[in-house]
Design a binder for this molecule. Structure first.
Ligand code: ADP
Ligand code: MG
Length: 709
C-alpha cells in the first residue's frame, strides 16, 4: 500500500468503516492512518497478578484460566455473561454485556488466556468489563469486543508492545475498537510501500534521527521502549521543524513584501518629552525596548511587534514615547484599549504627561456625545489631532485618519483578530503596529509561535517595587481578613474586593456581588468607611464616576467584578481580596493582583476560596502564593491547561500538534527553531532543498502567522 492510497482499500476496512474513520478521525488515506499514532503501548511481557492489583482504572495484563461461566438475562434480547478468571493468586470476574453468545462459545476452560483491560472493584470484588483477550500460546487471538477469531500468526511483528489507540463510541459500534485499529495499522505497516524522507540529510545526521519510514513503523510497533522513544523523537522533531518552517518562511516573506513608512528622525516632541517632561528615569528594559521599536519603525518594513511586560512594568510610557516618534515624523498615532475605564485612564495619563507640549490628544469612546464625536472625527480626519486614545470605537468605519502611522493595542488578547485588522486598513501603507500584553507568553510558546522574532520584553520593574505578598485564606479566616483590611484602611490605604463571574446569568453574578457588598458594608459601616461597587451592568459614566472617586481616595473599598482586571492604576490601593479565587484562571489572578503593588508601599493579595479544592485549583493558588513572576506563572498556566487554551491562541489553531508538545519538548522546539533559522539564513529561497520548497508551496499554514499579532 502507498500512503496516498484511499483507506477504503486497506484489507479490513471497506466502505462503511472508511466512512466512520473519515468522519470520526479524519482518516482518509493510508498515510493518515499511519500518522494516527497510538497514545500508549501495552507491554505484554509485563504481566500483573490478581493479588497485586491495587489501582482501579490501571491498564493491566493478566495470565490465567476461566471457569464458572454464567449468563443472566437483563431484558428482552439482553444478557450479561460473567466468567471467573483465576491466575493462581486470586480470582477476578470478567463481564460481557455484548457479544455474549459468541464469547460463551469461544471461551474454553483449561486454556491459558492473556487478558488486558482496566480492572475495577464492584461489590467488593475485582472485575473487568469487556477485556481484550488472547490465547497464550494457542492457535487464535480472540477479539471479544467484536466477535472475531484471528489466527495468532496475525501478529507477525516481533514485538511485545501492543499499540493502544484512542477510539470513539461510534467507531466501536462499527467494530473499530483499539484492537481492531491495531490490526489495521499492522496490516498497513507490513504491506507499506515507499515512504519519502522529508527532513534534510544533514539534520538527520546531526541529531541522529531515525529515518522517516522506520520511525513511522516503529511508533506503532516498537521492539523496545528505547526504540519507541527514538521514533517519537524523530516524529516530534519533524513536526516542530515544519511548523518552524511555516512561521519563519511567512515571517521572511512578510519582511520582504510589507513596505512600511520610515520614521527616520527623533524629533522635537520626543526630545522635549524626554528632557523636560518624563516623570522618572526609564528603566533599562524600557530603554532597550524603545530602541527595538525604533529600529523597526525606520527599517522600511511594516512593524508588527509584540511587547510583553509584566503588570506594572511601565508599558504605557513606552507606548507614549513611540507615539511621539510617529508624531515627530508627521504621522498620527492611536492607542486602543479594551475598556472605557482603561482608555479613559490612559487618556488622563497622556494629558498629564504631555501637558505643555502643544499636542492634540483626543479620547474616542462609545459614550462620547454624538455631536462631540462628529467634530472629533473631523479633527482626526483633518490631521489636527495628533494622538487618539480609544476603545473599539476607534475601528468604526467612519473613523478615518489623515495619516495613521502607528497603532498601539493595549492588552491585545482582549481584541479579536478581525477587530485589530480593521485598524490596519486605515492607512496605506499600513501603520506600524505595536501590541502590548501583560500576559506573558512562555518561552517555548514564544519560540514556537513567534519564532523569537518581533517580540520585545520588558523584564524589569521600575525601582522600589516590593513584591506583593499573597496569602490563601478560607471562610473561617474572614474575621481576621477583615480586621486586616481595617488596619490597612486606617493606615490610609485602599482595598479592592473582587468577585468572579461564575454563573451563566448576569443576575446571579450580581447577586453574589451585592451579597458581598452587604457583608463588607456591615463590617465597614458609614460614615467612617465608604464602600463602592463596580460591575459590568453600570453605564460608562457610572463606572468612570466610581473609578474617579476611588482614585481620589473618596472611597476606601471597591467591591467589583473583573471589570477592573486590566490596566487600572491606583497606586494607593494596596490590598486585593479575590473572592472565590478558585474560579479564576492563573493569568486572570495575576492580572488582578497586578492592580496592587503599584505604589511604593507593601501590598497584599488575599485569595479567598472554599475548603475543598480540585487539584488544578490548588496548583493555581499555590503558584500565586509562591511567585509574582509573570513568566513563571505563564509557564505554570501552560502546564496546567495546555497550549490550546492559552489566551490569544485559541482561535489560531496553530498549535494543533499531533505528537510534539511545546510544554514538554522545549529542547526539541529550540533545536528545530535553530535548524530552520540557520537553513533559511544560508538558503533563503530553499533552492538547495527542493523538497522543502515543495512543502512551502503546498503548506496550508502559510499565512497563519499574520493571525497572531
Ligand atoms: P503596565 O505595564 O502594567 O501597563 P503601567 O504603564 O501602567 O504598567 O505603569 C505602572 C506604573 O509604573 C505607572 O504608575 C507608571 O507611571 C509607573 N512607571 C512606569 N515607568 C516607570 C519608571 N521608569 N520608573 C518609575 N515608575 C514608572
Ligand atoms: Mg497597562
Amino acid at each position: 500500500m502507498q500512503p496516498s492510497d484511499d483507506i477504503v482499500y486497506l484489507k479490513g476496512v471497506g466502505p462503511s468503516r472508511a466512512k466512520v474513520l473519515a468522519a470520526e478521525l479524519g482518516i482518509r488515506t493510508c498515510g493518515d492512518l499511519l500518522q494516527y499514532f497510538p497514545f500508549r503501548h501495552i507491554d505484554r511481557s509485563q504481566q500483573s497478578t490478581i493479588a497485586s492489583l491495587h489501582d482501579e482504572n490501571q491498564y493491566v495484563v493478566l495470565r490465567g484460566t476461566v471457569s464458572n461461566m454464567q449468563t443472566v438475562s437483563t431484558g428482552r434480547y439482553r444478557e450479561r455473561l460473567t466468567v471467573d478468571f483465576s491466575d493462581g493468586t486470586g480470582t477476578l470476574q470478567l463481564v460481557w454485556f455484548q457479544g455474549t453468545k459468541w464469547v460463551r462459545e469461544k471461551l474454553k476452560p483449561g486454556v491459558k488466556y492473556l487478558i488486558m483491560g482496566k480492572p475495577a472493584i464492584f461489590n467488593g470484588q475485582w472485575q473487568m468489563t469487556h477485556p481484550e483477550l488472547e490465547v497464550c500460546s494457542g492457535e487464535c487471538v480472540v477479539d471479544s469486543t467484536r466477535g472475531q477469531v484471528l489466527p495468532t500468526t496475525h501478529y507477525p511483528l516481533p514485538t511485545n508492545f501492543l499499540p493502544v489507540y484512542t477510539t470513539t463510541e461510534k467507531m466501536k459500534q462499527h467494530g473499530l475498537g483499539t484492537r481492531a485499529m491495531a490490526r489495521l495499522t499492522e496490516t498497513l505497516v507490513t504491506s507499506l510501500g515507499g515512504i519519502d524522507e522529508t527532513l534534510p540529510k544533514e539534520v538527520i545526521s546531526r541529531y541522529r534521527l531515525l529515518g522517516r519510514r522506520e520511525a513511522l513503523i516503529t511508533i506503532h510497533y516498537p521492539d523496545s521502549m528505547q526504540q519507541l522513544d527514538a521514533a517519537r523523537t524523530r516524529l516530534k522533531f519533524e513536526e516542530l521543524f515544519f511548523m518552524q518552517l511555516d512561521y519563519q518562511w511567512a515571517h521572511s516573506e512578510r519582511q520582504q513584501h510589507s513596505a512600511g513608512r520610515i520614521f527616520a528622525s527623533v524629533g522635537d516632541y520626543f526630545n522635549r518629552f524626554y528632557n523636560e517632561k518624563i516623570p522618572f528615569p526609564l528603566t533599562g528594559a524600557q530603554k532597550r525596548v524603545i530602541k527595538e521599536i525604533r529600529e523597526d519603525m525606520r527599517s522600511g518594513h511594516q512593524m508588527n511587534r509584540l511587547l510583553q511586560g509584566d503588570v506594572g512594568s511601565g508599558k504605557t510610557l513606552v507606548a507614549l514615547m513611540c507615539m511621539l516618534l510617529a508624531v515627530d515624523n508627521g504621522s498620527q498615532a492611536c492607542l486602543m484599549a479594551p475598556t472605557e475605564i482603561l482608555a479613559t485612564q490612559h487618556y488622563n495619563t497622556f494629558l498629564t504627561m504631555l501637558d505643555g507640549l502643544g499636542l492634540n490628544v483626543e479620547l474616542l469612546i462609545g459614550s462620547v456625545r454624538p455631536a462631540d464625536k462628529r467634530t472629533m472625527k473631523q479633527r482626526i480626519a483633518s490631521g489636527e489631532t495628533h494622538i487618539v486614545i480609544g476603545t473599539h470605537a476607534l475601528i468604526e468605519d467612519d473613523v478615518s485618519f489623515r495619516d495613521l502611522g502607528l497603532v498601539v493595542i493595549d492588552e491585545q488578547h482582549r481584541f479579536g483578530v478581525e477587530q485589530r485588522s480593521k485598524l490596519w486598513a486605515k492607512a496605506t501603507p499600513p501603520p506600524h503596529v505595536l501590541v502590548m500584553t501583560a500576559t506573558p507568553i512562555p518561552r517555548t510558546l514564544a519560540m514556537t509561535v513567534y519564532g523569537d522574532l518581533d517580540c520585545s520584553v520588558i523584564d524589569e520593574l521600575p525601582p522600589g517595587r516590593q513584591p506583593v505578598r499573597t496569602y490563601h485564606r478560607t471562610e473561617p479566616n474572614r474575621p481576621k481578613v477583615f480586621a486586616f483590611l481595617k488596619q490597612q484602611i486606617d493606615a490610609g490605604r485602599q482595598v479592592y474586593v473582587v468577585y468572579p463571574l461564575i454563573h451563566e446569568s448576569e443576575k446571579l453574578d450580581l447577586k453574589d456581588l451585592i451579597d458581598g457588598l452587604e457583608m463588607v458594608q456591615n463590617y465597614f459601616p458609614r460614615p467612617q468607611y465608604h464602600v463602592s461597587m463596580l460591575h459590568g451592568g453600570l453605564t460608562a459614566e457610572e463606572k468612570a464616576f466610581e473609578m474617579q472617586r476611588f482614585k481620589q481616595g473618596l472611597t476606601h473599598i471597591m467591591v467589583a467584578t473583573t471589570v477592573i482586571e486590566v490596566g487600572v492604576d491606583v497606586p494607593n490601593a494596596t490590598v486585593m481580596v479575590i473572592e472565590n479565587a478558585e474560579h479564576f484562571g492563573l493569568s486572570q489572578l495575576h492580572q488582578l493582583r497586578g492592580r496592587v503593588g503599584r505604589g511604593g508601599g507593601q501590598s497584599y493579595c488575599i485569595l479567598m476560596t472554599k475548603d475543598q479544592l480540585s487539584y488544578a485549583s490548588q496548583e493555581r493558588i499555590r503558584t500565586m502564593c509562591s511567585t509574582t513572576d509573570g513568566f513563571q506563572i505563564a509557564e505554570a498556566d501552560l502546564r496546567l491547561r495546555g497550549p490550546g487554551d492559552m489566551q490569544g491562541l485559541q482561535q489560531s489553531g496553530m498549535l494543533d500538534l499531533k505528537i510534539a508538545s511545546i510544554v514538554d519538548d522545549e529542547p526539541l522546539v529550540a533545536a528545530a527553531r535553530n535548524e530552520v533559522r540557520d537553513l533559511l539564513a544560508t538558503d533563503p529561497t530553499l533552492a538547495a532543498h527542493p523538497m522543502l520548497q515543495d512543502y512551502i508551496r503546498h503548506s496550508k499554514n502559510k499565512m497563519l502567522w499574520g493571525k497572531i499579532s
